[in-house]
Every structure is written in C-alpha cells, then in structure tokens.
Ligand binder design. Structure first.
Ligand SMILES: [Zn+2]
Ligand SMILES: [Zn+2]
Length: 138
C-alpha cells in the first residue's frame, strides 16, 4: 500500500492493449516487455555473431520483425559496426542494404531526372486518360 508511488499510472500496453500499471512512462506491460527484451537479446547476439548481416538476415535468423530491429537501430539500442550491412535511404529512410537510396527512390529519382519534373509526366498520363467524345460511337 505504501508502494503507491508517484511514477506509476494505468496505461494500455502498446502491444497487447492490456491495461497495466506503467512505471517511469513504460509503454509495454511487463509481459510484453519481457518478450521484447528476449527479442532484443536474440537480435543483439545474432548481430554480434554475424556483424555483416542485413536487416532481413537478422529478422530471418531471430524471428524478430524487421520493424523492431530497425526501431532499435534508430533508437541507438543496436549499434552497427563498421561492417554492418544495414543503412537507411537518404530520401525516405527505408532500410537498404548499402548505397544511399532504396530501390524505389532510385527509380523515382531516375524517373524524375528523365522527365525533368515528375509532375509533368503525371499530367500527360491524365490527359491520355481523358474520355473524348465517346458518344460519337452512336
Ligand atoms: Zn502487453
Ligand atoms: Zn527511399
């Protein structure tokens, strides 16, 4: 009863939505938090053993979603070594395996260069889709 301390409040777990008593602003209930810690440890060990893995490799090897892995990397919980094969697109921040841009951005950038301004191409498409005097048919 004396332990009704100031830092805890009731919250919904971000992962399982269960109501739990959050301490220090935790967003996961203790059950999910254990899961995450377990996943995090698996990922950390995997990267430690396989420093040149891509996010996909790590995800496959540990059964942890690549979203979680990327989140930890962004948060700095996982620090990538010099040989890490994980980086982010400079344009949209999608995970990529080397290079500066993801495949989609590379394509978009190339298209953009080709047509000058990307919008121009779009207008052309729209114009081509116009339905013109179809009633001429009959
Ligand atoms: Zn939970
Ligand atoms: Zn991108």
């Amino acid at each position: 009863m004396a332990e009704n301390d100031r830092m805890s409040s009731l919250k919904n777990c971000k992962k399982c939505n269960r109501v739990f008593s959050s301490v220090d602003g935790a967003t996961l209930c203790s059950r999910c938090n254990d899961d995450v810690d377990d996943e995090f440890n698996r990922v950390r060990e995997y990267i430690y053993d396989n420093p040149a893995s891509s996010v996909k490799d790590v995800s496959n090897g540990t059964n942890v979603s690549s979203e979680s892995i990327l989140k930890w990397i962004r948060e700095g919980r996982i620090v990538l070594g010099d040989h890490a094969n994980i980086s982010f697109c400079e344009r949209c921040e999608a995970p990529i395996e080397g290079g500066r841009f993801c495949a989609r951005c590379v394509r978009e950038l190339a298209d953009g260069l080709k047509s000058g301004i990307g919008e121009k191409e779009e207008h052309k498409h729209k114009a081509g889709m116009h339905i013109k005097d179809q009633d001429r048919k009959k």
